[in-house]
Design a protein around this ligand. Structure first.
Ligand code: URA
Length: 436
């Protein structure tokens, strides 16, 4: 079928058949569909929507546009995907934790874009770590260490890569159907047996409102399961930074503190355990969430999860004893300074997106996909809602290269914190759970 006929049918609100979707996506991947046609298709979907069957067909068609990995491992192949946030260090702890419980986690992560940090950038702050390995090295790391966190590869779901780039510049990213197919096509291509999806909700999330976050979570759980990938989606709070650190090297150090038990913040611990136990259930590594949580806690307490992180780092070229003393290897920013509020008070609300933008302004994130990031900069000891701040308790510590950056970060962070007015609702860390 000609691309313009598929676009016309969707423009007029018709339901597309599997064949129509498959032929359009195959033509998109082969560059037969022009950029203008792809943009018109995305806009037609944006306005007319797609039902679940169409989303399943779109997901499968984009999966089949490139390599689909198959694994031959003695345990289930599992992954977690997050819609992204600030201080969202979960992946760094969860991948080795699930590996320590018998799962295999080939985690293909994204770079940070906009206010959200990228797991790929965080891992790249480890000297020697090859975050873009060959497929053979990736496979070998997953098989030896049980987990490997790497960056997006060009050969998985190339049709999504092309469509996403066009959506990004045509105001068509915010379509639940297109987001669902985009995320899941890459996950299906990674050859997973189960997926835990973390849909963030709140001022630092891509989906700020609860109804929208729930809608995306439900769409992902239903479409993934319909496409043959059992998935559970959790909606989690991003109305405040999840970790009290935001940046690259500082979040790696935070993850090591968590894994070794030096420090485990309760809200972070809850999100990690909730997502990891869904993964164990999906992979049949536990029968109930209680047994899953007990297994996960034992893997943390015994040091097995921290050891897996160390194996992953070594398998991908990083220092052998990284976990023993991460700051011996990570590069620290030359200046650390406290950012105090202008007046003492209680933190009522945090514009979490704006906190993420402080890290971007420091050079720790990107404003364009091609930008380099500075792994050393960031924020630590971030105050959270309900905390008293003042001369003895700053809003955060800033890690910067120059005094000018410190000054800019001070102004931006003060503006991101509200110490007056109505308090933000005290959401639980895990707000909802959705299955197909
Ligand atoms: N992340 C993706 O991979 N795709 C989208 O469409 C949105 C977020």
């Amino acid at each position: 079928m000609m691309p313009q006929e598929v676009i016309r049918a969707k423009r007029d609100g018709k339901v597309l058949s599997d064949d129509e979707i498959a032929s359009f996506i195959a033509a998109l991947a082969n560059n037969v569909v022009t950029e203008g046609q792809a943009a018109a298709f995305a806009m037609a979907v944006y306005f007319q929507g797609m039902n679940i069957a169409e989303r399943v067909a779109l997901t499968k068609a984009m999966r089949d546009s490139g390599t689909v990995l198959a694994w031959d491992l003695p345990g289930p192949v599992l992954d977690k995907h997050s819609t992204g946030g600030v201080g969202d260090t979960v992946s760094l702890m969860l991948a080795p934790l699930v590996a320590a419980c018998g799962g295999y986690v080939p985690m293909i992560s994204g770079r940070g874009l906009g206010h959200t940090g990228g797991t790929y950038d965080k891992m790249e702050s480890i000297p020697g770590y090859v975050a873009a390995p060959t497929m053979a090295r990736f496979r070998s790391a997953v098989s030896k260490a049980g987990c490997a966190i790497i960056g997006q590869t060009a050969d998985l779901a190339p049709a999504d890569k092309r469509l996403y780039a066009i959506r990004d510049v045509t105001a068509t990213v915010e379509s639940i159907g297109l987001i669902t197919a985009s995320i899941l096509s890459k996950k299906l291509a990674a050859g997973l047996h189960g997926l835990a999806m973390d849909v963030k909700c709140g001022s630092g999330a891509f989906m700020p409102t609860l109804p929208k976050a729930r809608e995306l979570a439900q769409s992902i759980a239903s479409v993934a399961t319909g496409a043959g990938l059992p998935t559970t989606a959790l909606v989690t709070d991003m109305d405040r930074p999840l970790a009290d650190a935001a940046g690259n090297a500082v979040e790696v150090a935070y993850a090591i503190d968590y894994l070794t038990g030096a420090r485990r913040e309760p809200r972070m611990h809850e999100v990690v355990l909730a997502l990891a136990s869904e993964m164990l259930l999906l992979g049949k590594l536990a029968r109930t969430s209680q047994t899953a949580r007990a297994k996960l806690q034992a893997a943390l307490d015994s040091g097995a999860a921290a050891e897996k992180f160390g194996h992953m780092v070594a398998a991908l070229g990083g220092p052998r004893k990284f976990v023993d003393d991460p700051w011996q290897h990570l590069e620290a920013a030359p200046i650390t300074a406290a950012i105090h509020p202008e007046r003492a008070g209680t933190v009522r609300r945090i514009d979490t997106r704006a906190v993420g933008m402080v890290v971007v302004a420091l050079g720790g994130g990107r404003t364009r996909p091609q930008d380099d990031v500075d792994h050393t900069v960031g924020l630590t000891w971030l105050a959270t809602t309900g905390e008293q701040v003042g001369p003895d308790r700053p809003l955060a510590l800033v890690h910067a290269r120059t005094q000018a950056q410190v000054d800019q970060a001070t102004a931006l962070l003060r503006a991101a914190y509200r110490l007056t007015g109505r308090a933000a609702g005290e959401q639980p860390a895990v707000i909802d759970r959705l299955t197909a």
